[in-house]
Design a protein around this ligand. Structure first.
Ligand code: F6R
Length: 604
């Protein structure tokens, strides 16, 4: 979610770091910073907000000789977006930048504090640099100290460290967050968390594997793998096209974001799951005192995630829950009961209709909570409490990973409330938490399924309409599938509850009506199957998505067998997203910039 760059060489270090950060700014932009070690002296610059603020601060700073430098653009996870929390973080005479989350930072921090170390920031990252300096003091060997530090960290990270006593060295480690190093014939070394900053600078690059760590100097690139064995770099050529580099080789940002879902869901879960309960440090437990109803309000895809949430809140937390479309809610003189928690959901945090409903709830003195992807957005600033979804910046106009992380947050929140209200047994809670931990696996895209959908998509480029159908929590997923398809393919699609088709829409059934049927094995399977058979009997073309073979379908997309319907939900989410993507690509549409749509709808 953040961006890292590093440089070792004789050229203009400041410019190389800043222009690298510019390429990564889309990943996070609540603060940025650089640390440059030149002539044995560190120069540090940090600024809150967009990169231009850092550029402004470094205007007078000149780098015209050999230097090592590291830089970072931040998307806050631990601690607010302030200058103190911006990277690079300082120890006594070393600096660190880091992407990811150090899960055992609290433990490490406590020990360091007991040793008298003073912490300046609220971040998890700062422990890395202090831990490194503690080890350096003990062994007086930079690489040994770094290796020991890495072995002491738990969690996901990509990190770079520079230290005053080794002014020609950058230490690096990668575990769970991406990072690569680039080299050229002029003995320069470049680091970044994705390709694009290195284009035009590095001749060839090495993508680190999880567990890799080591160091660079002018003459050396030393890599050790996760088994502490020295390995050779595996160099490859870099693409020369910046836009395609930002897309990491995917055809569209939407495709890349579909593939990212497994990782961003893992980010959403980090630090929030213990064995028997959900931990939301960011919200006060009193938030739910006196609350007897939850009202969810949002637009578009966020509305669909809210609708999914209503099934979870009533089923797991046993609390009354209602869901509202923001543009409707704001003009219909709604009743605002004081025992209601008003929750808005928004990827951007700026959607005008949703923001207005939040203001209405505040005026009515309701407690408010926002589930949002953009820290510091208008909704985050307005609401009493906030849970960030941690999806990273979503570039595709058609929302995918934002939806996935919103549903994940709601799943966790429903269990959090279940614990407060004692509505699930400890064993039930443990089971749900176990399932949550499996969600990143359920959302990994398999080549096999993607290939199947690619092939099958050619049969769905015409017709007089699509019905995505599902029951229970699969109904909001059907709505979301239909919305994805219409947004980017411009084909007519509707989401409908499976059991409701016979009350009208079944009249449309013929071979040119395409039914995309969501058939989870573990939730109302027989009932849903009967509904699909009714459509099949009337000659609608059926594409069934299920883990269980279904012989009444014209096309069948088999998901992996899962132990619970919630995991089936996430597996099917991937399928409906990919299906829309492939249909749209076959129709020759611009998937990332569909006609008539905008990423953030800040007008009514
Ligand atoms: C659909 C989509 C839109 C948004 C809607 C709300 O793919 O992106 O339907 O979900 O405009 O936007 P946020 O979530 O930013 O409030």
């Amino acid at each position: 979610m953040c961006g890292i760059v590093g440089y070792l060489g004789d050229k203009n270090t400041k410019e190389i770091l800043l222009s690298g950060l510019k390429e990564l700014e889309y990943r996070g932009y609540d603060s940025a910073g650089i640390a440059v070690l030149q002539d044995g002296e560190f120069s540090i610059y940090k600024a809150v907000g967009k990169l231009v603020n850092l550029e402004e601060k470094t205007k007078e700073f000149i780098t015209d000789k050999f230097a090592v430098g590291i830089g970072h653009t931040r998307w806050a996870t631990h601690g607010k977006p302030t200058e103190l929390n911006a990277h690079p973080h300082l120890g006594e005479s070393s600096y660190v930048v880091h992407n990811g989350i150090i899960e055992n930072y609290a433990e490490l921090k406590q020990k360091l504090q007991e040793d008298g170390v003073k912490f300046l920031s609220q971040t998890d990252t700062e422990v890395i640099v202090h831990q490194f300096e503690k080890n350096l003091l003990a062994c007086e060997d930079g690489f040994k100290a770094f290796s020991k530090t890495i072995s002491e960290l738990e969690g996901a990270y990509a990190t770079l460290i520079v230290t005053a006593s080794l002014p020609d060295t950058i230490f690096f480690a990668k575990h769970g967050s991406p990072m690569l190093v680039g080299v050229n014939d002029e003995d320069e070394k470049f680091f970044a968390s994705s390709d694009s900053p290195l284009i035009g600078l590095a001749k060839e690059v090495n993508y680190f594997e999880d567990g890799d760590y080591g160091y660079v100097t002018k003459d050396e690139l030393v890599i050790y793998n996760k088994n502490a064995e020295k390995t050779k770099p595996n160099f490859s050529q870099l693409s020369t096209d910046k836009l395609s580099a930002q897309k990491d080789g995917y055809r569209f940002f939407m495709e890349k974001e579909i593939y990212e879902q497994s990782d961003v869901i893992a980010d959403t879960l980090i630090g929030r799951l213990s064995d028997e309960e959900i931990v939301f440090d960011e919200i006060d437990k009193n938030l739910f005192d006196g609350i007897n109803e939850i009202k969810l309000c949002a637009c578009g895809t966020s509305y669909h995630s809210a609708l999914s949430a209503s099934y979870m809140f009533e089923r797991y937390s046993k609390i009354r829950c209602s869901v509202e479309i923001a543009s409707e809610f704001r003009y219909r003189s709604p009743i605002m009961a004081k025992d209601t928690l008003f929750v808005v959901i928004s990827q951007s945090g700026e959607t005008a209709d949703t923001l207005e409903t939040l203001k209405m709830a505040k005026r009515a003195n309701l407690k408010t909570l926002v589930i949002c992807n953009v820290d510091n957005s208008s909704m985050v600033r307005e609401a009493d409490a906030c849970i960030l979804t941690r999806a990273g910046i979503e570039k595709g106009v058609a929302s995918t990973k934002a939806f996935a992380t919103q549903v994940t947050v709601f799943w966790m929140l429903s269990l959090y409330v279940a614990k407060l209200r004692d509505s699930l047994t400890t064993d039930e809670l443990k089971y749900q938490i176990h399932l949550l931990r499996e969600t990143p696996v359920a959302t990994k895209v398999s080549d096999e399924i993607h290939e199947k959908i690619k092939r099958l998509s050619k049969r769905y480029l015409h017709g007089h309409g699509f019905f995505f159908i599902g029951r229970d929590i699969f109904f909001p997923l059907a709505l979301e599938g239909a919305l994805k398809l219409k947004e980017i393919s411009y084909l007519h699609a509707e989401g409908y509850p499976s059991g409701e088709m016979k009350h009208g829409p079944i009249a449309l059934a013929d071979p040119e009506l395409f039914t995309i049927a969501l058939l989870p094995e573990h939730l109302l399977y027989e009932k849903s199957k009967n509904n699909v058979e009714e459509l099949s009997a009337r000659d609608s073309t059926i594409c069934a998505i299920s883990a269980k073979e279904f012989d009444k379908a014209d096309d069948f997309i088999k998901i992996n067998p899962c132990k619970d319907y919630m995991l089936e939900f996430f597996e099917m989410m991937i399928v409906v997203q990919l299906l829309s993507l492939e249909i749209s690509i076959r129709l020759g549409n611009d998937v990332d910039m569909p006609r008539n749509l905008a990423k953030s709808v800040t007008v009514e």
